[in-house]
Structures are given as C-alpha cells and as structure tokens.
Design a protein around this ligand. Sequence first.
Ligand code: ADP
Ligand code: MG
Length: 694
Amino acid sequence: MLDQSIQYIKGIGPKRAELLKQELGIETVEDLLYFLPRKYIDRSNTKLIKDCFVNDIVTVTGIVKQVKISGHRRKFLEVVIDDGSDTLSGVFFGGIQYFLKLFEVGDTVLFSGKVDYYTTKQIVHPEYDFIGDSSDALHTGRIVPLYPSTETLKSHGFNSRVFRKIIYNALELAKQHIQEPFDSEMVERLKLMPLSQAIQHIHFPATMDEAHHARLRLAFNELFFLQYYLHLSRHYIRETHKHAKPPINDSLYSDFIQTLPFKLTDDQIKAIQEIINDLQADFPMNRLLQGDVGSGKTIVSMIASLAVISRGQQVAFMAPTEILAQQHYATFKKFLPDSVTVQLLTGSTPAAVRKEILAGLNNGSINIIIGTHALIQEHVQFANLGFIIIDEQHRFGVNQRASLRTKGYMPDLLVMTATPIPRSLSLTLYGDLDISIIKQKPANRIPVTTLAFPSSKLEAVYRSLEKYMNEGRQIYYVLPLIEDSEKLDLKSATATYTQLVKRFPTKTIALLHGKLPNEEKEKIMQQFNNHTIDLLVSTTVIEVGIDVANASIIVIEHVERFGLSQLHQLRGRVGRGEYKSFCVLIYPDDIPQESMQRIHILTTTDDGFVIAEEDLKMRGAGEFIGTRQHGQGIAFEFADPINDFELISIAREEAQKQVERLKDIPALFENIKRTQAMNILEGLRKKHILALLS
Ligand code: ADP
Ligand code: MG
C-alpha cells in the first residue's frame, strides 16, 4: 500500500502524479506521507484585524476585497482583505504578476507575519494560505501546515491547501498500513511516539507540542537507521577482514618519543595509544584523528608510522597538495632517524627519480612514501603496504581512499583532519570511523592575538606591518579573489599586490594564487619559506599546511567573504614559531551586523571546536554534511544534527545494542549490498537506504 503510486490517491491522478514526481521526487504514497510541512500556522492565534498593532506577529483571515498594483517608483501588489473588524493589506514587492493571478476577489485567505503601517495596516510578504470553505475542518483546524512548493507546481495550483487535501487523503488510505519498525518494549522505554501517530501528527498536529514530538520521532528513525547501518558496516569490516598482523616492536617508536625536543601532550599520548591498540587488533584500523591546526597530529602519525615499520611494513602518507606533501616530507626527514627511508612522490617528481622511487616501493627498501594523488596511480606498487595516512581527508573522495587501500593487504588507515567538527556531527558523519581527538595545544604555543579593523583603518595597519617586517618578520596577506571582478565589489589579490608593492618599495612582495602553474607556486612557497619574500599576497591557497615559523602576521581582507572555520584555519598559519603572532581581520566599513558577530567570535576564542559549532549554527548543518567527501553527504529530512544531540546519542546506543545482538552480520550485510532492499531495516524508507548505500 505504502509503495503504491500516488496517482490513485483521491485528488491526484496521472498528470498531477507526474508533476509531483518531477518537481519533488514524490512517487509513492509513502513519499507523500513523509513530505514535511515547511511551517505551521497556529490558527488559534488568529486575531481580528482591528486588534493588530504595528510590530505584532499575527495571523489574520479575511475575504479578499481588492487586488491592486500600487506604488510610484517601486511598484508593489496590494491584496486587501477584510475580516469584518477592519481591513489589512498583504504587500508583495516581488512576483507581482504571479500574485496578481493567484489572489482573487472573494477568496478567503490567511495572512501571517509582522504588522506594519504605511497608509494602511499591512503585512509585507506575508505567509499566506487559502482557506476556502471555512466549514472544511482540514484548513480551519487549530494548527495548519504549510508545504513547500516549486514555481512549476504553484503554477499548476499546488498550494498548501491542495497539499493538505491530498496528504489527508493519503493518510486516510494508508495510515493503518504504517508499521512500527521497533518493538513495543523499545517504543515504551524511549517514550517514542508510535510511527503511525507521528506521521499523522507531523501533518495535522493538535498542538505545536505534538508537531514537535512527531518530528522527534521521525528524526529518531533517521538517526537510528543511519547508526544501525554504520555499526553494521563496521562489524562487517571487522569480521570479514579479520587477520593476524605481524607484532610491533615497541622500542622503535618509544625510543623515538624520547628523542623528541618536546613533551607530547596528554591528548597526543592518548591518541597514540588508541592508534597502537588498533594496529595490534585483528581488524584493519579505520580511525579519524581530529585536531585543530597546530595541535600536533603530524608527530602522532609519524610515531604510528614507526610502529608499523617495526612490524616490517611500509607506510603511505597522502596529502591534498604538493606544498603540503613537501612540508610533511621535510618534517619526517627532520625528525626521523636516518635508518628510516622516507621519499617524496608527487606529480612533479622528475621521471628518473620517480623510477627509482617506484623500484624502492616495489622492493621494500622505502619505508615511508609521502605524496599527493600521485600515490594512487597504477604503477605505484608496494612490497608490503601496511599503513595509510591521509591528511585533510575531506579533500579526497571515498574512491581515492579506497584505491590507495587496495595497494596493500588490508592496510590500517588513519585519516586526519584539522577541521574540527562538533561531536554530535562527527557521530553522525563518521559513525563508521573510530575517532581520536586532540584538543590540547602544545604547551609552548603563544596564542595568536586576533584584531579586527574597518578598511578605513588600513593605513594604520600598513604602518605596523612595516614595523614587523623591519624587525625581520614575514606576513601573509589574504584576499578572497584572484582578480578584480565586475560583478563583485571586492579587492582582489592581484590589485592588492600592485598596491602593496608601491606601499612597501623596500620589501620583497610576491603573489600566490591557485591559477599559477604548480612549479611557480612551489617556487614562491620555497622563497617564502627561506625568507626571500617578506610579504606574501595570496588567496586561500595558503589555507592548508604551510608552516613558516617566521611568519607572524596574517592579514585577511573582506572577512565577511569567508566562513568562520575557514578563517580559523587561515589563522592557524601563524603562531607556529617563537614570535608573538597576530591575525588581522579587515572588514568593510558598512559590514552587516551578522558578519560583525562572526568576527567577534574569532577575536574572543581560539578553540576550533567552539568555532566549528558556531559556524554550524550560523550556516546550518547542510553545508557541513554536504561537503563530506565531495557531496556524498547524508541529508536529513527530520533530524537536526546539532540540536538533536541527545537523540543522536540515544539512537547510536540503541543501534549498537541491536547490531551486537545480530547473528552472522557478514551474510546480512552482503545481502543488503546485493539486493539494496534492506529488508532487515524495515521502517527505514527505501530512499534513505539507497542514499546510504550509494
Ligand atoms: P597539525 O598537523 O596538527 O596542524 P603539526 O603536527 O604540524 O600540527 O604540529 C605543529 C608544530 O608543533 C610542529 O612544528 C610540531 O613539530 C610541533 N609540535 C607537535 N607536538 C608538539 C608538542 N607536544 N610540543 C611542542 N611542539 C609540538
Ligand atoms: Mg597538519
């Protein structure tokens, strides 16, 4: 019943069914039942127009008396309604022609929004709804759902009123077929609203509280089944990839730790312990190492590499850019004893060297290979690859990760990220990975001071830049664009470069951006690294990985163009040496309030996790999830990965318990993969399952 086509629902038919499919992907009765209202209007709050005052947020209903285009310079549409007590205008500045056709004199409509006064009482761009025959209980019930629609659907008359009707009819037809996927013990223990009830209440709640609980229940389904799948897949890997690994000789890495010029932080030690445990387990490690820029992840991965080398295996370390790979290579060379052979392989490795490296990997004489995507190429073959490290893992796709893995026999995997993700999100996003977190910064770090100035104060900023350069420090200077653009009124890196060359005639200034050929970028970075360059004007290409201890100031213009987490990452480029460091944020004089708020967060905290959380609150989770591995993210319809944190924990725990009770997970999982039917996950909608498996 639930997977029947919607065309048999009263009020739909083949033509409307086709439209709904094309526009919203709604094909089955179930799809329609899960089509979420975008908003509710609480009609118990309906006021008489005469009782509405300026700035009140109200809902009013009335009969359309007049639909007219008004305004002189700027035209707008005015829809005048009358509820017997007074009149009020709904005012539309955009879509005038559309609304002109939509509203007809005599319609009973509902307007909702903030009351304004301009020659008459009005609501600008109200939420609107058509009530029609007021005896119809669907539309006059105390809480009325409004549904999202598309332009095309709207032009075919699909307004909220129509959605309410067809969804109501679908519910009448199918509600007794909605099955509860959880056993009653669990439903009672967790006080879940039964599924069938939740689906009814999400559309036609008696109270706002009921709507809220219905959403929670549907969110729980999403979260539970995602976690269920993730646990299943984890167990599957552990059971089907069981293998004995050669033993680790602890002395190699523990002696190395003694030689370090600094003391590891407690978090680093803990992460190392977790990694070593995984390296000794009988399943392949699948671990995420999360830590703010400069928290010391690289050293941790180096120590883990030594453990792997001590068991007679090779290590591959993949970084997203050539510059970053080079830097890691330099770091590894600097710290590791000569007995360990480290090589660098990138796209620009000369052919002769490359040939030697390939031979060394093949015969096992190279212990650690550091490189870029070049490592996944076909002819790169290892004698005995046992460990893969991937830096800034979000820059790689799943396939790239996987193809590196096939170069060894069930190698252990450590992925690293400096993009702190709030815990709630990492549980949902990375449920299939074990997570180690480094929160502490090394003790010797001098915190970076972050300052913000309007662009009218630039000259004063320049004067201090001059002073620091005279003292021998270097500077990053970041802009959002490479070149001036006609469309955007923003300063570009190229224009700023020209300007700064004039402003600081005695200093060496260079320009770095993503359009330069790789060798050119490389050369500039080298020059900056060995202090041939004093000031580097750049776009965000310097975002990851550059580590120049003498660079103590980063100036970022047009802060309003960057995300919080991105700014935090950029800031991480300084404060890496012994010098007091500064991050200088330049904003336009007419900056919007909201952007000012973001700047405030940056100037007051240095905790990447706090910043990520704020970023998430401001941007919504969509972007975060969407960026996971090139858009292979999971979009929730009901769950909110930030605010539903409690629910996520519960779902995770319950899913884990259930998966642990299952017998023969490998067979189950194979079956899921093969049939994509996931019968065992009844209750999870097919659409979700397919999204999960793709
Ligand atoms: P991440 O990769 O997490 O951004 P790195 O591993 O590059 O950080 O570390 C940043 C710098 O801090 C490096 O120069 C590294 O040698 C140094 N470092 C790492 N751990 C410590 C520590 N415990 N104490 C002092 N310095 C450290
Ligand atoms: Mg790093």
